[in-house]
Design a protein around this ligand. Structure first.
Ligand SMILES: NC(=O)C1=CN([C@@H]2O[C@H](COP(=O)(O)OP(=O)(O)OC[C@H]3O[C@@H](n4cnc5c(N)ncnc54)[C@H](OP(=O)(O)O)[C@@H]3O)[C@@H](O)[C@H]2O)C=CC1
Ligand SMILES: O=C1O[C@H](COP(=O)(O)O)[C@@H](O)[C@H](O)[C@H]1O
Length: 499
C-alpha cells in the first residue's frame, strides 16, 4: 500500500484498474494518455494492470492498437517513448461486456484472480451515470470487489438534486463514501490546487482574505469551443449544469472557504460544504438584475465562420438552453458578507481562458492624483489556463523626473512555465488518477458537496423556468451578451480585461 507524506512523496501503489467505457471519448482523449504519462514518470507500479471494458467485440490486439492510436493522437510526440509505450500497452487487457447484465462480470473476477496477489481494485466509470448502479451491483454480485476496492465516478452526477441522490444511492449501496471518488477535473488542475497553497501557506494573503480587504471577486471560465457534437447531452444540461454546478462552484469554494484544520480530505471538504450552504439563494427580482443567460449565434472562431447553437448538428431550432451564464452571487457569512462574486462562463468565446481575479479594496484615505483613483487597488490574478500563473498587480511610482508622484500599475508575476521551466504541468486527470491510486480523497467531491451545489442550482433553474424568458443572443467569438457587461457596470465595475 501507499505511504503518503505531506510533501507528496508516495511509494508507487500496486493496483488493478478496471476502466468501464474504455473505448469512449473520455478514455481515448484523457484517461489513457494520463495513465501513460504516469507510467512515463515512473508512477505506475511495475505490476499494475489495466483492464478496459466496453461493448464492442474486439480482441486484445485490436484494443492495444486502438489505445496506441490514442496515445499517438493525444500525447505530444516528444513525450512518446517507445520503451514506455511498449511497457504501457503490455499492462492492458480488454473485455467485451454488456454492462447492464451480470453475465459478463464473471470474467472480471477471473482477471482479478489471474493477477495473483491481492491488490486494491480501482473501478473507473467512464460511462453515463445511468449505468453506475448496474455496474456497481453486478461487480459486487460477481465477487469482483473486496473491502479495498474503490470507485471513480464522472460528472455529471445526475441532472438535479433528486436524480443525483438516486445515482449516489445506487453507488453508495455498494461502496461506502470513503471509497467513492467523484471527479471534478478542475480540482486536478495545477493552479486550482495552488489556491490552497497560496491562501493557506502565505500569511500575506491569509490576513487579507475577507470582506475588510477584498471588494469583489471575479471568476471567468471562457471556452473557445462550441458544444463539440454533444448537442443531445448539452441541450438537456446547459451551461449552468455543465459548468457552474461543478467547476465554478468548486472554485468559489476554494476561494471562499475558511482554513481547514489540516489537509485531510474531510477537513477540506467540511469547509467547502459550509461555503455551499452559505451561497445566497436567488429571488425572482435578483434573477432579473443579477443573472444573464445567453446563447451563441453564428460568428467566428479564430477567423473562421462557425454556426450558431441552433444550427449545430442535431439541433432543435427552438431550444432556449443557455450556452453562457453570468451572475452576481454572494457567500453570506462573516468573512464574505457584502462581497460580490461575479461568475461568468460560456462557450464560443474569443479565447479559452479560466481565471480568478481578487479585487482588493482601496486604501481608506487616498492621497495621490484624483484622476488615478480608479487605478489604486491591488488585484490578484490567478490564471488557471492557459499559461498557468499568479500575478499580483501593485502600484508603484511612475519613473522619470517629470512624473511627480504619478502612479503606475505593475505586476509581480509568477508564471509557472518560466519560473519552473523543467516542470511539465501535468494534465488534471494525471493528478486525479494518481490520488485515487494512493487512496487520497481530498481532490474529490463528497456527496454532500454535490447535493448542496445541486440544491442551489435547482432553485435558480426553477426561477428561470417560472420567468420563461429566452436567452439573450451573442455572436460566437464575443464575450457574451451585452447584458453581462451591463450587469457588472451597474455596480460601477467591469470585467477584468487585461488578458
Ligand atoms: N468526453 C468527455 O470529455 C467528458 C466525459 N465525461 C463523462 O464521462 C462519461 C463517459 O463519457 P464519454 O467517454 O464521452 O462517452 P462515450 O459515449 O464516448 O463512451 C461511452 C463508453 O461506454 C461504453 N458503453 C456504453 N454503454 C455500454 C453498455 N451498456 N455496455 C458496455 N459498454 C457500454 C461504450 O462502449 P462501446 O464503444 O463499445 O459502445 C464506450 O466505450 C460520461 O459520464 C460523461 O458525462 C465527463 C467530462 C468530460
Ligand atoms: O466538464 C466539462 O468541462 C469542459 C471544459 O473543461 P476544460 O478543462 O477544457 O476547461 C467543457 O467543455 C465541457 O462542456 C464540460 O462538460
Amino acid at each position: 500500500m501507499t505511504r503518503h507524506t505531506r510533501s507528496g512523496d508516495a511509494e508507487r501503489t500496486d493496483i488493478d484498474l478496471a476502466l468501464f467505457g474504455a473505448l469512449g471519448d473520455l478514455s481515448r482523449r484523457k484517461l489513457f494518455p494520463a495513465l501513460y504519462q504516469l507510467d512515463r514518470e515512473g508512477l505506475l507500479h511495475d505490476d499494475t494492470r489495466l483492464l478496459g471494458l466496453a461493448r464492442q467485440d474486439i480482441d486484445q490486439e485490436a484494443f492495444r492498437e486502438r489505445i496506441h492510436g490514442s496515445l499517438k493522437e493525444y500525447v505530444k510526440s516528444s513525450e512518446l517513448d517507445d520503451k514506455v509505450v511498449a511497457r504501457f500497452l503490455d499492462r492492458l487487457s480488454f473485455l467485451s461486456v454488456d454492462f447492464t447484465t451480470v453475465e459478463g462480470y464473471g470474467a472480471i473476477a477471473e482477471w482479478r484472480e489471474q493477477g495473483g496477489q491481492q491488490r486494491p481494485l480501482v473501478v473507473y466509470l467512464a460511462v453515463g451515470a445511468s449505468l453506475y448502479g448496474d455496474i456497481c451491483r453486478h461487480l459486487e454480485a460477481s465477487g469482483s470487489l473486496d473491502e479495498q476496492s474503490r470507485v471513480v465516478v464522472e460528472k455529471p452526477i445526475g441532472y438535479d438534486l433528486e436524480s443525483s441522490r438516486e445515482v449516489n444511492d445506487a453507488v453508495g449501496a455498494v461502496f461506502p463514501e470513503s471509497r467513492v471518488y467523484r471527479i471534478d477535473h478542475y480540482l486536478g488542475k495545477e493552479t486550482v490546487q495552488n489556491l490552497i497553497a497560496l491562501r493557506f501557506a502565505n500569511p500575506l494573503f491569509g490576513t487579507q482574505w475577507n470582506q475588510n480587504h477584498i471588494s469583489h471577486v471575479e471568476i471567468t471560465v471562457a471556452e473557445k469551443v462550441g458544444i463539440e457534437g454533444r448537442w443531445g447531452y448539452f441541450d438537456e444540461a446547459g451551461q449552468l449544469r455543465d459548468m457552474v454546478q461543478n467547476h465554478l462552484l468548486q472554485l468559489v469554494c476554494l476561494i471562499a472557504m475558511d482554513p481547514p484544520a489540516n489537509l485531510d480530505a474531510d477537513a477540506i471538504r467540511d469547509e467547502k460544504v459550509k461555503v455551499l450552504k452559505a451561497l445566497k439563494p436567488f429571488t425572482d427580482d435578483m434573477i432579473g438584475r443579477d443573472v444573464v443567460r445567453g446563447q451563441y449565434t453564428a460568428g467566428t472562431s479564430d477567423g473562421t465562420s462557425v454556426p450558431g447553437y441552433l444550427e449545430e448538428e442535431g439541433a432543435n431550432t427552438r431550444s432556449h438552453t443557455e450556452t453562457f451564464v453570468a451572475m452576481k452571487t454572494e457567500v453570506s457569512n462573516w468573512r464574505w458578507a457584502g462581497v460580490p462574486f461575479y461568475l461568468r462562463t460560456g462557450k464560443r468565446m474569443p479565447e479559452k481562458l479560466s481565471q480568478i481575479v481578487i479585487h482588493f479594496r482601496q486604501q481608506p484615505h487616498y492621497i495621490f492624483d484624483p484622476d488615478q483613483r480608479a487605478l489604486a487597488a491591488n488585484k490578484l490574478i490567478i490564471r488557471l489556463q492557459p499559461e498557468e500563473g499568479i500575478r499580483l498587480e501593485v502600484l508603484t511610482k511612475d519613473s522619470g523626473l517629470d512624473k511627480g508622484m504619478r502612479l503606475r500599475r505593475g505586476p509581480l508575476h509568477l508564471d509557472f512555465n518560466s519560473a519552473f521551466p523543467k516542470a511539465r504541468i501535468p494534465d488534471a486527470y494525471e493528478r486525479l488518477l494518481l490520488e485515487v491510486m494512493k487512496g487520497q480523497q481530498y481532490l474529490f467531491v463528497r456527496r454532500d458537496e454535490v447535493e448542496h451545489a445541486w440544491h442551489w442550482c435547482d432553485e435558480l433553474i426553477a426561477t428561470w423556468q417560472d420567468r420563461d424568458e429566452p436567452p439573450r443572443r451573442y455572436p460566437a467569438g464575443s464575450w457574451g451578451p451585452v447584458a453581462s457587461i451591463a450587469m457588472i457596470t451597474q455596480d460601477g465595475r467591469s470585467w477584468y480585461e487585461d488578458y
